[in-house]
Design a protein around this ligand. Structure first.
Ligand SMILES: Nc1ncnc2c1ncn2[C@@H]1O[C@H](COP(=O)(O)OP(=O)(O)OP(=O)(O)O)[C@@H](O)[C@H]1O
Ligand SMILES: [Mg+2]
Length: 370
């Protein structure tokens, strides 16, 4: 596992999932590997009241009701559609659920303008077809078809980016629960086993959720994932990811908690000013999501580790913030500059702390970029 760039959740948490399975005496729908309560516990972490011998860490941060509704949906005969802004953790939640239910989160179809029906049904191994003709052996099942055959979860990322033909093909899969293979004379229907379901994600900033056909909408339960605006949960997500990053790179670096506060505060400030902005030009192009915040911190940590003094500094953080958020020149740079001088500078004078160094780092980064 350690020699994978990024292990899927079922590998990363394999030991924990084994343990949960061994203590799980709750009823399991279909062939689920865990009962619904254990799935929830795996995703949201354990509490004292759960009375477990070991602590299960929280992995996805958000409302309990959202996770419960998602789990209930997967036991019903409708698919699950997670909708939300970019970087709100939709794909991560989908991965965790698939890992907990099926121990397989990698049966994934990626929705793009180029996704075809073959990608969600099946295609053919051409050289085998030439040698032996069309048969079950020369058929290449899609990840969704494999999920059907094994009674597990198939995932469809960015559903709304695929064309309507592809979406229509999904309707029949979700309602009839089989795929027919007209090219074959016999054995030409692939049926879904109990436990099969689909978790799709859709980005609410892409046009299109509303354009889904009503037939497809009816076959999904929509679960909306809100942007985390609660600073405390956001801090937890950022801390969780940071620890993971440090572990993964085996970095021993001091990340002062005050700098995490600076990061959270600066995102909160920038979001507030985006909300108050009159036109698009006065708004950063970035959605300022939690994921973006993690990205800023990651870059700063790596930079400090490779080129710094084994300690994360306010300067490195500011420079990473400017570097990742300044995408449009000159608009984004102007917004960041205004932020530094209008908000950070007075705050530095008043509160001191890490803010003066943050200001200086930000200013220098802007100077290099403009
Ligand atoms: N609520 C959350 N709990 C835990 N981690 C989160 C949460 N929100 C975001 N993250 C982190 O942010 C990263 C990006 O999240 P993810 O890729 O799941 O977002 P997404 O909603 O699928 O975004 P997109 O619409 O751009 O695909 C994840 O790796 C995860 O670590
Ligand atoms: Mg995603």
């Amino acid at each position: 596992m350690s020699d994978l760039l990024r292990a899927p959740a079922e590998l990363k948490y394999a030991e924990e999932l084994d343990w949960l399975e061994s203590v799980d005496d709750g009823p399991k729908p279909f062939a689920w590997r865990l009962s619904p309560k254990m799935v929830r516990l795996f995703v949201l972490g354990s509490e004292r009241a759960d009375g477990l011998e070991r602590e299960i860490p929280q992995k996805w941060f958000g409302e309990r009701s959202i996770v419960e509704r998602a789990i209930v949906t997967l036991a019903s005969d409708r698919g699950l559609l997670l909708i939300g802004d970019p970087g709100t953790g939709k794909s991560w939640l989908a991965e965790l659920l698939a890992a907990a239910l099926s121990r397989n989160s990698t049966q994934v179809v990626q929705g793009t303008a180029g996704t075809t029906e073959d990608h969600i049904k099946y295609s053919w191994n051409v050289s085998m077809v030439i040698a032996k003709g069309q048969s079950r052996e020369s058929m290449i099942p899609s990840p969704i078809m494999t999920a059907m055959e094994t009674g597990t979860i198939g995932r469809f990322e960015e559903l709304t980016r695929s064309t309507s033909d592809v979406q229509d093909a999904l309707i029949s899969i979700l309602s009839e629960k089989y795929i027919s293979v007209p090219e074959l004379d016999s054995d030409n229907i692939v049926f879904a086993k109990p436990g099969f379901s689909v978790i799709a994600t859709a980005n609410s900033r892409d046009r299109g959720v509303n354009d889904l056909s009503s037939a497809l909408k009816r076959r999904f339960n929509f679960v909306r994932i809100p942007v985390v605006t609660n600073k405390r949960s956001e801090a937890e997500i950022v801390r969780f990811r940071t620890e993971e990053l440090l572990r993964r790179h085996q970095i021993e670096l001091d990340v002062p908690p005050t700098l995490l506060d600076v990061l959270l505060q600066s995102f909160a400030d920038l979001r507030a000013s985006a909300a108050a902005a009159g036109s698009e030009d006065e708004k950063l192009e970035s959605a300022l999501s939690t994921a973006e915040q993690i990205g800023v911190l990651e870059d700063a940590i790596l930079h400090s580790n490779f080129f710094g003094e084994r300690e994360l500094t306010a300067r490195a953080l500011a420079s990473s913030l400017v570097g990742s958020l300044a995408r449009r020149e000159p608009e984004d740079l102007a917004i960041l500059n205004k932020y530094l001088h209008g908000v950070v500078e007075p705050r530095g004078k008043e509160e001191g702390g890490a803010w003066p160094e943050f200001l200086e780092g930000g200013r220098d980064a802007i100077a290099t970029l403009s």
